[in-house]
Write a protein that binds this ligand. Sequence first.
Ligand SMILES: [Zn+2]
Ligand SMILES: [Zn+2]
Length: 92
Amino acid sequence: MICSNNDCKKDFTPKTHNQKYCSDDCCRIATNKRIMEKYYEKKAIRNGAYRPCKKCNVQLSRYNKTNLCSSCEKNINIKNKDKILRMIDEIS
Ligand SMILES: [Zn+2]
Ligand SMILES: [Zn+2]
């Protein structure tokens, strides 16, 4: 096995079949790295890093907490409204 810690990559004999790191230290370092990556990802979003709209890929505002831009969201709302209006029409 090669240690999954990219800074180590030491060849080692795993003690358990799912051991990915040569030592507890490497495991800890790699886990910390993952936590930091997540942290920076969140920080980047807060700082206005590029986040595309799921529907049209336009850049989302950092104040937008959804995965859709405001115009796509509006479109969905309009469609829903249409649906509701049509339903009301059918009932009456
Ligand atoms: Zn290692
Ligand atoms: Zn959009």
